[in-house]
Design a protein around this ligand. Structure first.
Ligand SMILES: *Cc1c(COP(=O)(O)O)cnc(C)c1O
Length: 426
């Protein structure tokens, strides 16, 4: 039998949960000579960029831009409202929840961690109990993650606000939307979020290097009462300054702003509701394929209940080292890169090689997702990884239908009881 040629020549596809796929129009906008940073277009376009950012975040309040990644936005946000010794509540649902908490520890906060494990959303009753216990209102902020990119869990942020209000607790609600913004529905003002952080390299479709902190008047009042805030992290001049350098505390990230301007324009031309709906349909196609594969093999989605799944990222597990084998195969043979498992098993633990993730955030469309799924299925076939049949049909059916009205069911029981389960008919 002749050997199949390598099929990776062609345009690569990075299907990891950030950096995401960048539109060519964004890259083209960045390919230009350096602009004048004192006057002209660069200065004039900033109000439109702030406006576009706030519209994606669904807030009418303040936005600050940082030259940095998501970790920088964590530190920036915390530095404006949390002083050393002050208490924060961290309901963690994955690696990034812990990371947000570790950043708070790093600036001297007294972190009260509630660990909800690696495959469940926050339990609002547990958060309510922690708030009820805090009679003297020592907790100054709740640090929540909307979508934890390691587990791909989607948390109920409005629910956290409701719990705070029901308890009459004044803590700020601070939310990490680094994975979710521009993918999963998020309503900063309507959900009563006081501070939100995000990065530019996921749903916002810009190369890594900028991050954003959004905040409301309540958060600003807390900021004003702070004994000291580092000059560099201070969000005040960044959000209300009048000169370009003030927005960045120094030279502007000129080319990032050109890229971001185009990316925001694309999001708003499509319409934010439409962007969320697109991510929902594409995610449902992925889930339908995973359900079908899982019915005849070991593939499982980390989050069992579809209601708790992000539409930006899907965390998956196979068995043994099949996650790593599959990633390596599709990258080498097809030019398709899947995400590593993150935070599901310790570094050095062989169990890590069972896990992997799919990024489907930002500039992704129907044919890309069908290509991603087809590539995964080819990899499983080539490697002899058992999988159920009909996955690509199931995904295509989601895309062929309206993609939104099909009922979402928790398929875990069905999978176990299925006649095709566990290699029975494969
Ligand atoms: C990516 C991500 C981060 C970290 O962002 P960096 O840009 O890598 O620093 C934090 N939180 C969540 C939810 C993320 O998805």
């Amino acid at each position: 039998m002749s050997q199949r040629p390598n099929l990776s020549h062609g345009r690569g596809y990075l299907a990891i949960p950030g950096p995401s796929i960048m539109p060519d129009a964004v890259l083209q906008a960045m390919h230009r000579p350096a602009p004048n940073i004192y006057e002209g277009e660069m200065v004039d376009m900033m109000p439109g960029i702030f406006d576009g950012l706030k519209r994606v975040a669904r807030t009418e309040h303040y936005a600050a831009v940082y030259i940095g990644n998501g970790h920088a936005a964590w530190e920036a946000a915390l530095s404006n409202v949390i002083a050393p010794g002050e208490r924060v509540l961290v309901p963690a649902t994955g690696r990034f929840g812990h990371g947000f908490g570790e950043m708070a520890t790093g600036i001297g906060a007294d972190v009260k961690l509630i660990d909800f494990g690696k495959s469940s959303p926050m339990d609002l009753d547990v958060i309510a109990a922690a708030l009820a216990e805090d009679k003297s209102h020592k907790i100054k902020a709740v640090l929540a993650v909307h979508v934890d990119t390691s587990t791909s869990v989607l948390n109920d942020i409005k629910g956290v606000r409701d719990v705070l209000d029901a308890a009459g607790h004044p803590a700020l609600l601070m939310v990490d939307c680094i994975a979710s913004l521009g993918c999963d529905r998020f309503e900063m003002d309507a959900w009563g979020v006081d501070v939100m952080v995000t990065g530019c390299q996921k749903g916002l479709m810009v190369p890594p290097g900028c991050s954003f902190v959004f905040f409301n008047q309540r958060a600003q009042a807390v900021r004003e009462a702070m004994p000291r805030v580092s000059v560099y992290w201070d969000w005040t001049p960044r959000s209300t300054g009048t000169e370009l350098w003030q927005y960045f505390n120094g030279t502007a990230p000129t080319h990032h702003m050109y890229g971001l301007r185009v990316a925001l324009g694309m999001i708003h031309d499509e319409g934010i509701e439409q962007v969320w709906a697109r991510h929902t349909v594409l995610a449902r196609a992925i889930w339908a394929a995973c359900d079908a594969w899982g019915a005849g093999g070991d593939l499982r989605m980390n989050i069992a209940d579809p209601a708790n799944r992000s539409t930006a990222v899907t965390s998956l597990r196979l068995k043994g080292n099949d996650g790593t084998r599959l990633r390596n195969w599709v990258e080498q043979e097809l030019g398709l890169t899947l995400g590593i498992g993150l935070g599901m098993a310790e570094v050095g633990d062989p169990a890590r090689d069972a896990f992997f993730r799919l990024g489907h955030m930002g500039h992704v469309n129907g044919q890309m997702i069908m290509g991603l799924l087809g590539g995964m299925q080819a990899g499983m076939s080539a490697l002899g990884i058992a999988h159920g049949r009909g996955a690509l049909d199931a995904a295509a059916d989601v895309i062929a239908g309206d993609g939104l009205s099909a009922p979402l069911v928790d398929k875990v029981d069905d999978v176990v009881n299925s006649p095709t389960c566990c290699g029975n008919s494969n």
